[in-house]
Design a protein. Structure first.
Lengths: 429, 492
């Protein structure tokens, strides 16, 4: 497998990091990339990545875009942390007080700092582990490393914006101390340019007791871009984690969301919205491990597909033997607007304990004839009625967003992707 | 939706001991000592030739078997199911075992080995009184050869063919050749290929055009000789407008060695035909430590080839150490309907990975899946299903409900539903819940003067009712009794 050899020699980091990089490269050479014979990649064919980017698809490339190509979410008051082509731009960024915040590149430049080691350490037995994660560990050179101190409540969201249409490997780590509260926005943007790359990004989140994190993950990459993401969350007692994952962009986007409810009373909410058209392929694999008593999880994903889009949702919930009083619910709704769209969904439950309340539901369908009739009887045209119902279907997972501003921004972006949705502008006010 | 509330029943009611329920001994465990004409263990082409020769099979079938065997050699055993078991040594199994009787076979029940009849009577199968009592024709399979067939005459009058498959091979070769392997090809999967190579018996049913089968057809399977795998092959064909209800019931004597059962069941429904296939499976599940017990790796598939065809699978699975079974429907014809109703109970160290596949290809096809799993003791239970809606399946409709009831804190219940939709006009719903018996429900019943045991029975019965309602009457009674017997140890 010499063609899968990653060159980690020139990358930053002390001797410890270099060793971990070399190990990751070795894992990558051994495991290679997942194929469709792997159960977790059954519906996602990644061959189009190497077909587009060439054999050494992992090699970082410079971005053609710059920070001026994107103005951000209008009116959003936040601490901006800007990455262009996978590289942190300190002069464009705005670091809040009370937070130890560093770019990964700065951290790696400091040989005395060994905190970076834990980010690079690979656990091959982790759920949904795959070759992309190994490549990330071997090649990541930048990202964000932040610790939010105990009981610090950030007044404004951390707004991480990734601009670019290049190949880069980004590694983020965010730790919240006891009772800390924060909002993290990860925003991936790229233009409609002809060049393409792969954004391979891993984000590790650690929540100490009673910490609370709201995480927006807005994937709006350029239409030719590939996006492979992993979010790994570990939650201590009574911590709360809320994810709003929105998938609008990229040619192929896959995200693995792995949540470990490790201690008593932890809770998580995962909300997802996919709006895909053209030949887009969107895939989310989520896994929630209930490893302690009295944990709660809620998961709600909605998918709207047009054109020849193909979406995959795999939601797995595992309740361990001692995790009594588990309360878990999952729902997945799918709306197909076109004859050529395809949805593959699999809500899985694995339960090793009788003191649980678990439920999941999936629906695939079209717009309800009765509801259409009702709206038409109120004077809306067929087209308007369809738009309104499609909007209402998708919007249901956005209702939980704390930030009205982000919600409006997503609504605009999502519905501008679908045909004739512009008439709906009036409803968005 | 079942809204059983979760409570810590065990903590508050020391009287209820799930482990007792879980360790319920197997009731029908006894071995009948009959001299069997058994091949030495091992599998090679000579064994297949021997089986084929023993059964006086035509050459095409021998070639078909050998082809399947050669393909099987290239395959590897599947391991994706959520079950754990000792690896199977396929060379340690004897592939042929026939009860020794007169070479020509019995002409009537009187000629049947009295010990066989005795065994059936112990099990409560009134073989002699079938005609009078139950009105059911029984094609009884004792190990690998059908020993008695009743009601031939009455069925012949209606034009229905119901006979052992080995007889069908000789008497109706054109039908067998046309349909066998057309639903489950020899290369379909590891166990189907093995079955194709070595199957020794099973039932063949053909219902001619427009005929409604005058009675319910039934086969009782029974594994008896030591170390013989049971490789049944059942083929049921319902021609245009025909109707048949087929019952399959299983029970096996207690023993300590794991036995492999890899059956293949193929159903073909042509235009407007309807097939109802019901199973009560109560094979030996092994003891409380997981020693012994049957490995039940079955391929069951129905092909709704015609328009408006309907196939309904109903199963009650309480036995076997390992169950690995997915009765499926290929809904090829327009407006065809597939149904799957299942109750599975795993206790002690039993493991079940079961479910269904509904492949919607025709327009306006409908499918319903209702699966109820009950896990107790160290039992592991998995529902694994696939609902696939093809591009051409306009206005297809699926409803799926799978619920699990957990008794005790060492059991497990798992759900793996695959949904693949390629047509926007499809409507598909899937719903699953997992919970334990609600303490408030128990309390309510007890406050009305109902004993704890009866209350648990009632709750479980209510939980399974949707499925039991689908069983033919005789089976519904048996299923109810089976659940009650199993639940007896659950309380007090």
């Amino acid at each position: 497998m010499s063609d899968m050899a990653l060159n980690t020699a020139a990358l930053p980091g002390d001797a410890g990091v270099q060793t971990l990089r070399a190990q990751a490269a070795e894992v990558f050479a051994r495991t290679g990339l997942p194929g469709r014979r792997d159960e977790d990649w059954k519906y996602t064919d990644i061959s189009r990545i190497s077909a587009t980017l060439g054999e050494a698809w992992w090699s970082p490339t410079p971005s053609e875009l710059s920070e001026t190509d994107f103005s951000g979410i209008e009116g959003l008051d936040a601490y901006r942390i800007v990455f262009v082509g996978g590289e942190f731009l300190p002069e464009q960024s705005d670091i809040p007080e009370g937070v130890t915040l560093q770019s990964l590149s700065a951290l790696l430049a400091d040989d005395a700092d060994e905190r970076s080691h834990c980010l690079f350490r690979l656990d091959e037995s982790a759920p949904l582990f795959n070759g992309f994660l190994a490549a990330n560990s071997a090649l990541a050179s930048d990202g964000l490393c932040a610790c939010i101190g105990a009981n610090v409540k950030l007044d404004k969201p951390l707004y991480m914006v990734h601009i670019g249409n290049s190949t880069s490997h980004i590694l983020n780590g965010l730790m919240l101390g006891q009772g800390a509260e924060a909002t993290l926005i990860e925003h991936f943007v790229g233009g409609d340019s002809n060049s393409a790359g792969l954004n391979n990004i891993a984000t590790y989140l650690r929540l100490a007791d009673n910490a609370g994190l709201t995480h927006y993950r807005l994937q709006m990459e350029g239409t030719k871009q590939f996006h492979i993401g992993r979010v790994e969350v570990k939650q201590a007692g009574n911590s709360r984690y809320t994810l709003h994952a929105v998938e609008l962009g990229a040619s192929l986007s896959r995200a693995d969301i792995v949540v470990n409810l490790a201690e008593t009373g932890a809770s998580c909410d995962l909300n997802g919205l996919f709006v895909a058209s053209g030949r887009q392929h969107i895939d989310h694999h989520t896994r929630i491990d209930h490893n302690a008593p009295y944990c709660r999880s809620r998961e709600s994903y909605r998918t709207v597909l047009d054109g020849r889009a193909h979406a995959v949702f795999n939601g797995k919930i595992v309740v361990a033997e001692g995790a009594v009083k588990t309360d878990s619910a999952q729902s997945n709704g799918n709306l197909l607007l076109s004859r050529n769209a395809e949805i593959d969904t699999k809500p899985e439950l694995e339960i090793y304990n009788d003191d649980v309340k678990c439920a999941h539901g999936v629906t695939v369908g079209q717009l309800d004839e009765d509801q259409l009739f009702y709206l038409k009887s109120r004077g809306l045209s067929e087209e308007e009625a369809r738009q309104l119902l499609t909007f209402a279907f998708a919007d249901e997972v956005l209702v939980g967003m704390d930030s009205k501003l982000i919600r409006r921004f997503i609504e605009q972006a999502a519905f501008s992707k679908l045909p004739n949705m512009s008439d709906l502008e009036g409803f968005l006010e | 939706m079942n809204n059983l509330k979760q409570t810590s029943r065990q903590a508050n009611n020391p009287d209820i001991k799930p482990e007792e329920f879980a360790n319920q001994e197997y009731e029908t465990g006894f071995v009948t000592d009959i001299e069997a004409d058994t091949l030495p263990p091992g599998l090679n082409e000579d064994v297949i030739r021997h089986i084929s020769a023993k059964k006086n099979e035509p050459e095409w079938l021998l070639n078909w078997r050998l082809e399947a065997f050669r393909h099987w050699l290239t395959m590897t055993e599947p391991h994706w199911a959520h079950v754990n078991y000792q690896p199977i040594d396929f060379q340690a199994i004897s592939y042929f075992s026939a009860p020794k009787s007169k070479d020509d076979g019995p002409k009537s029940l009187d000629e049947v080995d009295p010990k066989l009849v005795e065994t059936y009577e112990k099990l409560g199968i009134p073989l002699r009184e079938q005609e009078m009592l139950a009105g059911v024709a029984v094609d009884a399979v004792f190990d690998s050869v059908s020993v008695a067939t009743t009601f031939k005459g009455k069925l012949k009058e209606a034009g229905v063919i119901f006979c052992p498959i080995s007889e069908a091979v000789r008497e109706y070769p054109e039908l067998v050749q046309q349909y066998m392997g057309s639903v489950v090809p020899t290369s379909d999967n590891f166990y189907a290929a093995l079955n194709s190579a070595v199957f020794t018996d099973g039932s063949f049913v053909y219902i001619p055009r427009g005929v409604r089968c005058p009675m319910e057809l039934s086969t009782y399977f029974r594994i008896n000789a030591m170390n013989t795998g049971q490789f049944e092959r059942t083929l049921i064909i319902a021609d245009e407008g025909a109707y048949v209800s087929y019952l399959e019931g299983c029970t096996a004597p207690q023993r300590d060695e794991n036995q492999l059962h890899a059956a293949v069941v193929e159903l073909v429904a042509l235009d407007d035909a309807q097939i109802k296939y019901s199973t009560v499976q109560n094979w030996y599940p092994g003891d409380e430590n997981g020693v012994g017990g049957i490995y039940n790796f079955v391929t069951k598939r129905a092909d709704c080839r015609g328009d408006r065809a309907k196939v309904s699978w109903t199963q009650v699975e309480t036995g076997s150490a390992i169950t690995w079974k997915y009765p499926s429907c290929i809904l090829r014809g327009d407006d065809s309907v597939g149904e799957f109703y299942s109750v599975a109970l795993t206790k002690m160290r039993q493991e079940a990975d079961t479910g269904t596949k509904m492949i919607h290809l025709g327009k306006r096809t409908k499918s319903t899946i209702v699966s109820k799993g009950i896990a107790a003791g160290h039992g592991q239970q998995a529902y694994r299903g696939l609902v696939k809606i093809g591009k051409g399946a306009e206005d297809a409709r699926n409803y799926t409900q799978c619920d699990s009831l957990l008794i005790g804190d060492t059991c497990g219940a798992h759900t793996f539903p695959y949904v693949e939709v390629k047509n926007p006009s499809a409507t598909m719903e899937h719903e699953a819940t997992t919970s334990k018996i609600g303490e408030d429900q128990l309390f309510y019943c007890q406050s009305r003067g109902i004993s704890e045991e009866d209350a648990v029975n009632m709750i479980v019965n209510g939980f399974c009712k949707d499925v039991f309602n689908e069983l033919p009457m005789e089976f519904a009674v048996e299923a109810n009794r089976l659940m009650e017997v199993s639940l007896e140890g659950a309380v007090g």
